[in-house]
Ligand binder design. Structure first.
Ligand code: GSH
Length: 217
């Protein structure tokens, strides 16, 4: 059955790998699943046809036969459950890998998104100068804790898993601010993720969408 995901028709970052379809592409590449991409414009994302797939009018979505999913956590969990390569076979190890997926999107990503909001959407507000150090402090608290847990290990729970895929994806959002480079073990962890052949294939495919010929129709 063909898998179709949606992505920005024109990406705000021009294909630097930060749009969330990148996580889904990466998971599909890790598990060897072919997929198609349907680019969606900002206007079309808020129209009924797309809202039927994604109630919040965002990307990415995931379609496979009768199944339509939204939310990267749910999509990657679905891919990881159905195809080998992203979750370990042992039940407890599997549960721990899933825990890291939730930790990435529920505990580590929220302060990182706050920083994006504070810089991009509230950059002209009078409270910017006071707010930024508070937000950065909350990020650094999480990074201190995460780097303490990772220690010198390559991955969070033994072999690379969907938990690492999600955590690396979340940490990549800190590259523009440079904060992640203050944590050498986390910077090396992110670099290990980026060095995976599946990541590179996903990255190149996403970039090609924004550097290739303009969409027709
Ligand atoms: N929690 C959602 C977030 C989805 C999301 O924020 N998508 C962004 C692109 S990375 C988007 O569509 N932004 C445009 C908008 O919200 O209008 C997920 O993980 O899938």
């Amino acid at each position: 059955m063909t898998i179709t995901i949606t992505a920005f028709e024109r990406s705000p970052d021009g294909g630097k790998g930060l749009s969330r379809d990148m996580r889904v592409r990466w998971a599909l590449e890790e598990t060897g699943q072919p997929y198609e991409v349907r680019p969606v414009s900002f206007r079309a994302m808020k129209e009924p046809a797309h809202l039927a797939l994604h109630p919040f009018g965002q990307i990415p979505t995931y379609e496979e036969g009768d199944l339509a999913l939204f939310e990267t956590g749910a999509i990657i969990f679905h891919i990881a459950e159905r195809h080998a390569g992203l979750l370990p076979p042992d039940a407890n190890a599997r549960a721990r890998a899933i825990t890291w997926m939730f930790a990435a999107i529920n505990t580590v990503e929220p302060p990182i998104l706050e920083l994006v909001t504070a810089k991009l959407l509230e950059g002209d507000k009078p409270w910017r100068a006071q707010r930024l150090p508070l937000v950065e402090g909350r990020i650094r608290e999480r990074l201190d804790q995460l780097s303490a847990r990772l220690g010198n290990a390559d991955w969070l729970e033994g072999a690379f898993s969907a938990g690492d895929l999600m955590m690396v994806s979340v940490l990549l959002r800190l590259k523009p601010s440079g904060i992640v480079y203050d944590y050498p073990t986390l910077a090396a962890y992110v670099a290990r993720g980026e060095a995976r052949p599946a990541y590179k294939r996903a990255f190149d495919a996403q970039l090609a969408l924004y550097t290739g010929p303009p969409p027709t129709g």
